[in-house]
Design a protein around this ligand. Structure first.
Ligand code: ZN
Length: 335
């Protein structure tokens, strides 16, 4: 019989969240209407956000992450005329307050698109001047022309010398929304290799195997990272994680939304998200389970963030386990 071993890590790495919108539910009631309607409720809620309100909800979400042994979270924060820069201000304060417990990276996010709110561009630029460790985030589906959206976000990033760029990429999963190859080409052409994250990439699951293989090779060649959020399975297929990993693409994992109109659930427990992906894509072989644990415990790619995480105590979280299968199956709390 295998003896239990102690698995000690600095903590889990949550590479995509929306702490500014966290914990809206159940205070505001959730109804499972189509996503366009729920996005409208989000805009409505955002219009009444205050900095204090964002801080206290984000702190609640952060406490949940901490209770499950999280050491790093990279969170998107909406920046648009509805909420202004209040989210960034709140998260900067939260980041400072919790800097000895968890490293928070902030990505100023254009959730609503330039078509609907052209003034978001100026606000995003302003957000990037508020701190050197703030990245910028776009969404390939939020404007009519996804390619020009990608270009504009890169232009803003280049003007402000942003440390990283992220895109919610092909989130719908629909083949007609497939912009991953275009994004990878832009990363290569503009020299953003190693500093760009493509979140979701769900259309990759639904295009032909041939197109997928080409896109995966291009993604690897471009040094474009992919962030998978397994809870997206509620409405669409999840991207081809095993194939991306095999091609050498760096993969991160995120909780995505926690208790809001996009996801009324969401524990913040990275082991649970890894378990969910294990079930969805049959990560059943020992080396595949090991890979999932590596994804949720690897250091952030950004060098400055990695240094900050490494300065947190290295042996803070201890799990008693037999093997990775036990960890993923039983989701133990850290001690
Ligand atoms: Zn997201």
């Amino acid at each position: 019989m295998t003896q239990p071993i102690q698995w000690t890590i600095p903590g889990f790495m949550n590479e995509h969240a929306h702490l500014d919108k966290g914990m809206l539910v159940p205070e505001r009631s959730y109804k499972d209407d189509p996503v366009a309607i729920r996005a409208g409720w989000t805009r409505e809620a955002k219009s009444s956000f205050t900095k204090q309100d964002i801080y206290s909800r984000a702190e609640q979400a952060l406490q949940q992450l901490l209770s499950y042994g999280t050491a790093y979270v990279r969170t998107h924060v909406d920046v648009d005329p509805l909420v202004g820069l209040q989210g960034i201000e709140a998260l900067l304060e939260l980041r400072e307050h919790y800097k000895n417990d968890i490293i928070i990276d902030i990505t100023a996010f254009n959730q609503e698109g330039f078509d609907r709110y052209p003034d978001s561009a100026g606000l995003l630029t302003e957000a990037l001047t508020m701190d050197s460790r703030i990245g910028i985030g776009g969404h390939t589906l939020s404007d009519q022309d996804g390619c020009s959206h990608i270009n504009r976000i890169f232009e803003l990033a280049e003007q402000a010398n942003a440390p990283w760029v992220e895109f919610h990429t092909d989130e719908s999963g629909k083949p007609e929304h497939f912009l991953l190859p275009y994004l990878a080409e832009q990363v290569k052409a503009r020299g953003w290799s190693g500093k760009t994250y493509a979140i979701h990439c769900n259309s990759l699951a639904n295009v032909s195997d041939e197109l997928a293989e080409q896109a995966i090779a291009l993604t690897a060649e471009a040094g474009l990272h992919v962030t998978v959020c397994p809870t997206a399975i509620a409405t669409r297929a999840i991207t081809r994680v095993k194939q991306l990993n095999q091609a050498g693409v760096r993969i991160g994992m995120g909780s995505d939304n926690m208790s809001d109109f996009f996801n009324p659930m969401g524990s913040g427990n990275m082991l649970q998200y890894a378990q969910l992906l294990a079930y969805i894509q049959r990560f059943y072989e020992p080396r595949e389970m090991d890979m999932l644990l590596r994804i949720i415990s690897q250091m952030p790619f950004n060098a400055e963030s990695a240094v900050l995480v490494s300065q947190l105590a290295q042996d803070r979280y201890r799990f008693t386990t037999k093997d990775s299968r036990y960890l993923l199956t039983h989701l133990p709390l850290p001690s």
